[in-house]
Design a protein around this ligand. Structure first.
Ligand SMILES: [Zn+2]
Length: 386
């Protein structure tokens, strides 16, 4: 039939554009890793612990000039030097790398925020018992659709342009692993032995294997080829039964998804904030402030382990116009607004310290626990699944 193609297209359009309800009682926390979960860049921190900050910085500059726009190739080459030095010092290079990655610095208040979310998942939030009772009453009165919602429907994952090797070594070496029940999306980092098993190489396989990588931003502003966090996040939402829940009511497909709370600092976190966090209920927790640079890092031994805000920030100059090289996410929003008039539809909350982040996270948790059925936000979004 000549209409079959048209029917198919119509169905696809309907699937792409239908009402989506944000269920404010469900939350999906998405965490960037570098300068967010940890208070450093793992790709630089790990080799710098062996080679020193000065040599690591020089090597990255040198390799970046040779392999422009291929950051992870530069990481492989810098790691080759670091692992050679570890072998020269009669260390087991693989164990040494794991040990260093496990001691990356993090803000204690960031850990507290993760812990608060974890407690909420497990129903020990101060408000949870009262709200659980309210919810049970609500379920007995409301329609079937309500039964899909539970007050502890809270999930967390890491979405990072780092690599699995450094991130997993950190999570395994600390108590952080249990927080991320939805796992890690990032590039694959592996240690591979040579044929005679006398030395190991560190390799990074990009998350995205195909070009284009699906980034919705206009050319020249797009995410790097190896990872567009918009594409990756849509893939996660689509492939897990935890997130989009669809049901047909009077021949209309109604889909719900959780509120997304996204924590990040980088320019590549702006893309999903614009294209996935399309509800005013969603929240981007954007890091701002002074980002340590080379001159700050060579002054003293690299930090490791848990840091109070005071320990992390007291040695850094305040952010001002003369040192405006801060975190990338807010400048990326500004540039996308100027160039393409794209502005986030979600709420933007800015954090500089771990204490500020922890306070924002608790606001998000409390507002979700307190939300009532009538507060649900119904709006049209474009779900572009391939
Ligand atoms: Zn993108």
């Amino acid at each position: 039939m000549s209409t079959s193609k048209q029917d198919k297209n119509t169905t696809l359009m309907e699937q792409k554009h239908h009402d989506c309800i944000i269920d404010n009682t469900r939350i999906f926390f998405v965490w960037d890793f570098d300068h967010t979960v940890v208070n450093c860049n793992s790709d630089e921190y790990v080799p710098a612990k062996i080679l020193g900050v000065k040599e690591t910085t020089q090597l990255f500059l040198e390799y970046w000039a040779q392999h422009t726009n291929n950051w992870h190739k530069c990481v492989e080459l810098v790691m080759e030097k670091a692992m050679q030095k570890a072998r020269d010092q009669n260390q087991d290079e693989e164990k040494e790398i794991q040990k260093i990655a496990a001691t990356m610095p993090y803000l204690m208040e960031v850990k507290n925020a993760l812990e608060d979310i974890y407690k909420c998942q497990h129903q020990s939030h101060p408000d949870s018992e009262r709200l659980k009772k309210e919810k049970e009453q609500c379920i007995s009165n409301e329609n079937q659709y309500e039964k899909d919602f539970q007050t502890n429907d809270i999930h967390q994952m890491i979405l990072s342009d780092g690599n699995t090797y450094f991130i997993q070594s950190f999570l395994n070496g600390t108590e952080f692993y249990r927080y991320f029940n939805q796992g890690i999306i990032t590039n694959i980092g592996t240690m591979e032995s040579n044929e005679s098993n006398t030395m190991k190489n560190f390799l990074v396989t990009p998350y995205a294997q195909n070009k284009p990588n699906g980034c919705p931003l206009p050319p020249k502003s797009q995410c790097p080829d190896n990872l567009c966090k918009t594409e990756a996040l849509f893939r996660i939402l689509k492939n897990s039964s935890h997130f989009y829940k669809s049901r047909s009511v009077n021949n209309t497909v109604i889909t719900s998804r959780p509120k997304i709370v996204y924590v990040g600092d980088g320019g590549n976190d702006a893309c999903p904030a614009l294209h996935v966090l399309t509800s005013p209920k969603d929240v981007i927790l954007a890091r701002s402030g002074y980002k340590p640079i080379y001159v700050d890092l060579v002054k003293k031994p690299l930090d490791s382990g848990a840091l109070t805000d005071e320990e992390a920030f007291s040695s850094l100059p305040p952010m001002n116009d003369s040192n405006s090289g801060g975190y990338g996410i807010l400048p990326k929003f500004d540039s996308l607004k100027k160039k393409f008039d794209e502005t986030p539809k979600c709420q933007i909350k800015v954090w500089k310290t771990g204490t500020e982040l922890c306070s924002h996270i608790n606001e998000c948790l409390t507002s979700s626990f307190m939300s009532k059925n009538e507060e649900k936000d119904k709006f049209k979004i474009s779900i572009e699944f391939e």
